[in-house]
Design a protein. Structure first.
Length: 422
C-alpha cells in the first residue's frame, strides 16, 4: 500500500505535465497488476492517443449521432476538416480536460472548440474557460467555431481555421502507397500561363465554333433597371431560355443528368469516361464542381477524401493527355478552384448559377459577369459593394455574404487592374 501511495502522490501532484524516465520496457513487465506496468501503460496511452496514421481520420454521418461526438454540429465541423485531408482526433483528453477536436500535424496540434448555441449554464461556461486557460498555458493553440455562424456561412466561418492551420505548419496528411496514376506531374498540365483568365469583350470570338446553348449572348435587352443598387429589381425569368437582368442575357446552366459508375466499383477507364461525360455537358466548370457532379451522378452524396483523390488522379491524367484543358492555379494545395474544359469548348461561358455554389463558378465566368456589371455601371467602377452586388444579381443571388465577398474581391481587383469594363 505504501508503494501504491508513492506512485499516486508522484503522478497526481503534477499541475502541468509529468516526465517519466524508465529503464525497464513495458513488455518486460509481464504482471499487468504491477504498478510499474500500470503507470507505463497509462503514460504510453496518453502519449499515443493522438497518433493516428496520416489520413486515418474517416468521415462520419452528418444526420445521425455518432460516438464520441456530442452533437451533429461537432460531426459536421469534423467532416469539413477531414475532407481537406487533415488528421483529426475527436474528444481528445488533455490534462484532464476533453477537447472537442484536435487537428494533429507532424509537430504541432490545434485544439478546436465547437461552441453550441444551447446554453449549458454558468458552471459549464466557467469550466470551458478554465480548460482553455490551462491548455493555452501549456502551449496549446485554440480555435473556436460558433454553431450559429457555422450554419449561416460554413465557408466563411472555417476560412480562418485553414489560415490558422497553415500558420502552425499543420498540413493535410498524404498517405503512403497511393497508386502511381494518382500522382500527376504538375508541370505537365496545360496551365496556359499567358494570362489564363484572359477574355475578350466579345466572348464568342474566343472559339471557332458557333455560339451554343449557354454561351454569353452579347445583345442588348430592354430591361427597366434603376441606376442604384438599393432597388435592383428582380431578374426576368424566361421560360426554358435562361433570363435577362440589367441588360445582360444569361442562358440556362445545363446540368449533367446521366449516370456515372461509383468510384468504389469503377475502373480507371470508367471513371475517365464519366469525367469526360460530365465535362461535355457542364464545361467549362470548376474542378470541385466536376468532383461533385460525378459523385452525385453515381448516387453518392458527398465527395470524401479518398474519392476526391481518385477523381483528381484521373482528371490530371486527362489533362496530361490533352483530353481536358486545365487553367488556373492551386489554392491552399487544392485543385478545386481550377477550371476544366474540353479542348473544343470556349474558355468562358456565362450562365445562370444553376446547381452550383458561388465557389463552383469558374473565375473566368465571374470576371466576365463582373465586367458586364462594370460596363453597365461605369459610374460605380470604384465601388466594390455596388459592383459585387450587381454581379451576384446576375446569378440570381442577393446577399453579399462574407464568403461571397472573399470570392469576389480578387475578381474585382483583377478587373480594376486590367481596366476591364471601364
Amino acid at each position: 500500500e505504501s508503494y501504491v501511495q508513492r506512485f499516486n502522490v508522484a503522478v497526481s501532484r503534477a499541475k502541468d505535465q509529468v516526465r517519466l524516465f524508465h529503464s525497464v520496457q513495458l513488455d518486460e513487465l509481464t504482471n499487468r497488476d504491477d504498478m510499474r506496468h500500470k503507470l507505463l501503460e497509462y503514460a504510453y496511452g496518453v502519449v499515443g492517443q493522438d497518433r493516428l496514421a496520416p489520413g486515418a481520420s474517416l468521415a462520419v454521418a452528418e444526420d445521425v449521432s455518432a460516438e464520441p461526438f456530442h452533437s451533429l454540429f461537432e460531426q459536421r465541423v469534423y467532416n469539413r476538416i477531414v475532407e481537406r485531408g487533415f488528421t483529426v482526433v475527436p474528444k481528445s483528453e488533455q490534462l484532464g480536460y476533453v477537447v472537442d477536436l484536435v487537428v494533429v500535424g507532424a509537430s504541432r496540434k490545434l485544439a478546436i472548440a465547437c461552441d453550441g448555441d444551447e446554453w449549458s449554464g454558468p458552471e459549464a461556461y466557467e469550466h470551458d474557460l478554465a480548460r482553455q486557460r490551462e491548455l493555452e498555458r501549456c502551449g496549446w493553440e485554440f480555435f473556436r467555431v460558433r454553431e450559429s455562424a457555422f450554419y449561416v456561412d460554413p465557408v466563411a466561418t472555417l476560412s480562418p481555421l485553414w489560415d490558422a492551420l497553415d500558420e502552425l505548419g499543420i498540413q493535410p496528411s498524404q498517405p503512403d502507397g497511393e497508386p502511381d496514376w494518382l500522382d500527376g506531374e504538375e508541370g505537365a498540365e496545360s496551365e496556359e500561363l499567358v494570362d489564363p483568365y484572359a477574355w475578350s469583350s466579345d466572348i464568342r470570338a474566343e472559339t471557332d465554333v458557333a455560339p451554343r446553348r449557354g454561351v454569353l449572348v452579347d445583345e442588348e435587352v430592354e430591361v427597366d433597371t434603376p441606376g442604384i443598387w438599393e432597388a435592383p429589381g428582380e431578374p426576368q425569368r424566361v421560360e426554358s431560355d435562361g433570363y435577362d437582368f440589367d441588360g445582360v442575357r444569361l442562358l440556362p446552366y445545363e446540368e449533367f443528368s446521366g449516370e456515372t459508375t461509383p468510384i468504389a466499383e469503377a475502373s480507371r477507364a470508367e471513371i475517365l469516361q464519366g469525367v469526360l461525360e460530365v465535362a461535355t455537358v457542364e464545361g467549362p466548370l470548376c474542378w470541385s464542381r466536376l468532383r461533385t457532379a460525378y459523385v452525385q451522378a453515381s448516387g453518392g452524396r458527398r465527395v470524401g477524401r479518398n474519392i476526391a483523390q481518385q477523381l483528381d488522379g484521373v482528371i490530371r491524367s486527362a489533362v496530361r493527355t490533352g483530353k481536358l484543358v486545365s487553367t488556373g492555379a492551386r489554392i491552399g494545395g487544392d485543385d478545386g478552384r481550377k477550371t476544366l474544359r474540353l479542348p473544343d469548348q470556349p474558355k468562358v461561358v456565362l450562365r445562370e448559377l444553376g446547381p452550383r455554389s458561388l465557389d463552383e463558378v469558374p473565375v473566368e465566368e465571374l470576371r466576365a459577369a463582373m465586367a458586364k456589371s462594370l460596363s453597365r455601371h461605369p459610374e460605380h467602377g470604384g465601388d466594390f459593394e455596388f459592383i459585387a452586388r450587381r454581379t451576384l444579381n446576375l446569378f440570381g443571388r442577393t446577399s453579399l455574404t462574407s464568403a461571397a465577398r472573399v470570392r469576389l474581391e480578387p475578381v474585382f481587383d483583377y478587373c480594376a487592374q486590367m481596366n476591364v469594363g471601364l
